[in-house]
Ligand binder design. Structure first.
Ligand code: ADP
Length: 362
């Protein structure tokens, strides 16, 4: 790890260096005398943690903490206080310091504890910040996507109401169809949202025969396959450790997408091979429209759609985000390979089933 020491006193810096060396932390130390120099050092290098003297020349100690927090928001900051400075520790924490340590109490053990805690605290803060940002975007998009069909439905209901008053019902049936379409879109989005939320719940791993999971999935997709003249071929699939309904949902989303994003009779192939001694890699290959490689990561984000609603391909944009969540709660990874116009293959990994006797997988 990289630790930044900000202190104008050569003796105190030496004390800190020694304590860090003896603390067992595998750390590279960089030293600066002023906050300005510290900010400059941060611009050129990432530090996990800074230990900052409260009484530093050129800047009030608290202002220094604020400046460092602003310049390096994810760095742990520990304020080293002298005698009588303890009162300002609470203020320093409010300004973004992760912790404080009285200089008189600096030992190898106390420093190890304080630095480790500060780094963990900042990592947690960063994660919470990211989750908050994701949740805000998620809520904003969801509100937009739910409001949009609602607006359409309200608009057509008002037109029907107006026409009713005039006694002109010529187009009423067509408008009713559009209201039903809007309601269906909202219903589909609510279902997709429910599945997305359910995909992240903790569950108990069980040995499962994927052959059986795919059977259930194909039963659910029977009507869609018939309507589109789609064929799905699966080679013998292995047993994995997982949650049956979630894995059926994963396969269903991938196969349904393979069928949906196609302008020819869809042909889907599912296969699996061993990736390591611990996990299998599954593939779901289609002959559809393909995906531009620039969007390989984005498509797994909630609400990310490469096709606007009201066009050729309808959807919620939650299907692949749900797949990603399902694979990740199983400890696996998901990715895709494709070229526009040349079909797409989605790959995902799942843990091998624990040792079990024949017929135990369900
Ligand atoms: P939805 O299908 O509801 O839009 P998804 O999360 O399932 O949402 O997919 C996100 C986007 O990725 C889709 O809008 C589509 O543009 C693209 N996509 C997904 N699967 C395929 C596929 N098999 N072939 C081509 N494009 C796909």
């Amino acid at each position: 790890m990289n630790i930044l020491i900000v202190d104008d006193d050569e003796g105190d810096r030496r004390l800190l260096r020694r304590a860090i060396k003896q603390s067992g932390l595998e750390a590279e130390c960089t030293e600066t005398v002023t906050i300005e120099d510290a900010l400059q050092a941060c611009a050129g290098q990432t530090f996990d943690c800074a230990i900052v003297d409260y009484r530093i020349p050129g800047m009030d100690g608290l202002a220094g903490i604020s400046a460092l927090k602003e310049g390096c928001p994810h760095m742990g900051i520990i304020m080293a206080t002298g005698q009588g400075d303890e009162m300002v520790a609470a203020d320093a924490m409010k300004r973004g310091a992760s912790d404080y340590i009285p200089k008189a109490l600096i030992t190898a053990a106390s420093l190890n504890r304080t630095v480790t805690n500060a780094i963990e605290k900042e990592a947690l803060r960063k994660k919470v910040g990211q989750q908050h940002a994701e949740l805000t975007t998620f809520a904003r998009t969801l509100v937009h996507d739910l409001k949009s069909p609602l607006g359409t439905m309200r608009g057509f209901a008002q037109i029907i109401q107006r026409d009713l008053k005039k006694g002109d019902l010529e187009d009423a049936s067509e408008y009713c169809d559009l209201i039903v379409q809007g309601a269906n879109r909202m219903g589909a989005l609510i279902d997709a949202l429910y599945q997305y939320a359910a995909a992240g719940k903790p569950f108990e791993f069980k040995p499962l025969a994927m052959d059986r999971v795919i059977e259930d999935t194909l039963n659910n997709l029977e009507t869609l396959m018939k309507d589109r003249g789609a064929t799905v071929a699966a080679s013998a699939l292995p047993a994995v450790n997982g949650h049956g309904p979630l894995l059926a949902q994963l396969l269903q989303n991938l196969i349904a997408n393979g069928i949906k994003y196609s302008r020819v009779a869809p042909q889907i192939q599912i296969a699996a091979s061993l990736r390591s001694s611990n996990d299998w890699v599954f593939s779901v290959k289609d002959n559809g429209i393909g995906i531009d490689p620039r969007f390989f990561d984005e498509i797994f984000e909630p609400f990310k759609r490469l096709h606007g609603n009201g066009g050729e391909f309808e959807g919620s944009g939650l299907g692949l985000a749900t797949c990603k969540k399902i694979v990740e709660v199983h400890g696996g990874e998901i990715w895709c390979e494709s070229q526009e116009g040349e079909g797409t293959t989605f790959f995902f990994t799942l843990p091998k089933a624990r040792e079990m006797s024949a017929g135990q997988a369900s």
